[in-house]
Design a protein around this ligand. Structure first.
Ligand SMILES: *Cc1c(COP(=O)(O)O)cnc(C)c1O
Length: 371
């Protein structure tokens, strides 16, 4: 089946008792035992499993073409479960522009427990140089945040396999509609469901999808259910509901993003545009090879510097100045301010999450703000 069909059907079933076409929300925290003390329903206690979470995990599995998925209460909780599943002393290689929330998590919560290096993972020589006997995971994030750099997934997987290292790909920016890392050889896909999966900036969630069932995956499952950072039945319901429109929303976001990037690139006040869908993107060949659509996240720098960037952001009327991404509404932010004092992001850079408003209104808004 195609992704549009999977998105609608793989997380839903008609209710056996009421015949409701939409699967009901099961709020119960606990489930009745059978006479023999068993749990024939498969459910016992909601932290371990809940019917709505099962449905969410089913659709997530199918969207990424994996064998199983685990849903979490946030993207950071999903990332944390990967780090917690590793033996103390394990070495992780992560991108030098890793999502700052997970980078800070490693630096602040796993210092002294795990070893890590933040490097340019797309540079094969640098990557090979950093592999150590205790390296177990290479973490990748592509396109990256906020510079929209691309990592060649197949290339990293080839190097990782030679050293028996697992590859985890944060696929939040791309979504499975644009890129399917497991098909390119990655072992695990991570998502912040807070972004495109939720799609309406009103819920938090995270997910991991695995290419195979393994002892490692069982450890991650244990962290999920014993650690307990699981989404509520309501959150699972809303996510399943939002995922039904994910393929069409993403196609709409991409449609707008292509036109917006083209407008920005031609605008005299703009210094540079970073967007994987532009032929001027330095890694456009990799984009073409591993992505079916270039996503809808972009950054641009202004010739007028930081002051001009901040002036433009405040003059916008349709775009909202806020962090996060993947919602129906267009968001824009001065990224360096969000990332804090150790940021490497240029101060004249604005990051845009292109929404689903009409493209003419988005362009008109930027046109007036940059005039
Ligand atoms: C938002 C985000 C995360 C973290 O997800 P939360 O749901 O905020 O915990 C991780 N990676 C990327 C690329 C993100 O954009």
């Amino acid at each position: 089946m195609k992704i549009e069909t999977i998105a609608i059907h793989a997380g839903n079933h008609t209710d056996a008792t009421s015949k409701a076409v939409v699967q009901p929300i099961v709020m119960a925290t606990t489930f009745e035992r059978d006479a023999d003390g068993g749990f024939a329903s498969g459910y016992q206690y909601s932290r371990s499993a809940n019917p709505n979470r099962t449905s969410l995990e089913n659709v997530l599995t199918r969207l990424e073409n994996g064998v199983e998925a685990a849903a979490f209460s946030s993207g950071n909780a999903a990332g944390m479960s990967v780090f917690q599943s590793l033996e103390p002393g394990t070495h992780i290689i992560a991108p030098d522009d890793m999502y700052h929330g997970l980078r800070n998590q490693l630096k602040q919560l796993f210092a002294g427990i795990l070893e890590f290096d933040f490097i340019d993972v797309n540079d094969s020589a640098v990557l090979k140089n950093h592999i150590k006997p205790n390296t177990r995971v290479i973490w990748i994030e592509t396109p990256s945040n906020p510079l929209l750099k691309i990592t060649d997934i197949k290339k990293v997987v080839t190097i990782a396999r030679q050293h028996n290292i697992k590859v985890v790909c944060d696929n939040t920016f791309a979504t499975p509609v644009c890129q399917q890392p497991l098909a390119l050889g990655a072992d695990l896909v991570m998502h912040s469901s807070t972004k495109y999966f939720g799609g309406h900036s009103d819920l938090m969630g995270g997910a991991l999808i695995t290419a195979e069932k393994s002892d490692w995956w069982e450890k991650i499952r244990n962290v999920q259910t014993m650690g307990g950072a699981v989404p509520s039945p309501m959150d699972c319901y809303y996510l399943v509901r939002s995922i039904k429109t994910l393929p069409y929303r993403v196609k709409g976001h991409v449609h707008n993003a292509l036109l917006l990037a083209d407008f920005l690139e031609k605008h005299p006040a703009v210094e540079s545009v970073m967007y994987p869908g532009l032929p001027s993107h330095p890694q456009y060949d990799i984009v073409k090879a591993q992505m079916s659509h270039p996503g809808a996240m972009m950054s641009f720098t202004l010739k007028g510097g930081e002051d001009e960037a901040k002036r433009v952001i405040n003059a916008l009327k349709v775009f909202t100045q806020a962090t996060s991404l993947g919602g129906v509404e267009s968001l824009i932010e001065h990224r360096a301010s969000v990332e804090g004092p150790d940021t490497k992001t240029p101060f004249n850079l604005l990051r845009v999450s292109v929404g689903l408003e009409h493209i003419d209104d988005l362009i008109a808004d930027l046109e007036q703000a940059m005039a």
